[in-house]
Write a protein that binds this ligand. Sequence first.
Ligand code: PNS
Length: 166
Amino acid sequence: MENLAIYPGSFDPITNGHVDIVLRGLRVFDRVLIAVLENPKKAPLFTTKERVAMSRKIFEGRKEVEVVSFSGLLVEFAKARGTNTVIRGLRAISDFEYEFQMALMNRQLAPEMETLFMMPSQEFSFLSSNLVKEVFMLGGSVRDLVPGLVERRLREKSRKHSRFQI
Ligand code: PNS
């Protein structure tokens, strides 16, 4: 039987750090399902449709990577997709508390749920979607931080919206 892991997140936008985790996930799992959260607490810069489309394009041609959006509880979504495995990237100690809380809450809701943490490459250990947006907005280069497509979409966004918000 194929083993599938869900990689959930806001992906607003997807960064090279996320891509790195997907590729690492594929070393362990047959398939990785990128699950883009529809309603993050903060208003996202990119719509759900845009976030899904960017990730799909980045992994185009890789049948073992699927990208969908989800809303509601992650554990319910995982059950519906027939898996009990979630992968999350862990960059630094500062991520730990938030990730630990989420993993244990998910386990409380569904005891069969397992969360696997994967370390990104060292070069991405400082990277976050929020920092990418901030650096871009302030005129810094994000070339080595996000796939080229994401850089182009950021540029389009900033052209369309004069008040580009983080
Ligand atoms: O990229 P993010 O914003 O850190 O991802 C957070 C995410 C999407 C993994 C988390 O917010 C989530 O799973 N949301 C779904 C709602 C849910 O299940 N909440 C209870 C478990 S903590």
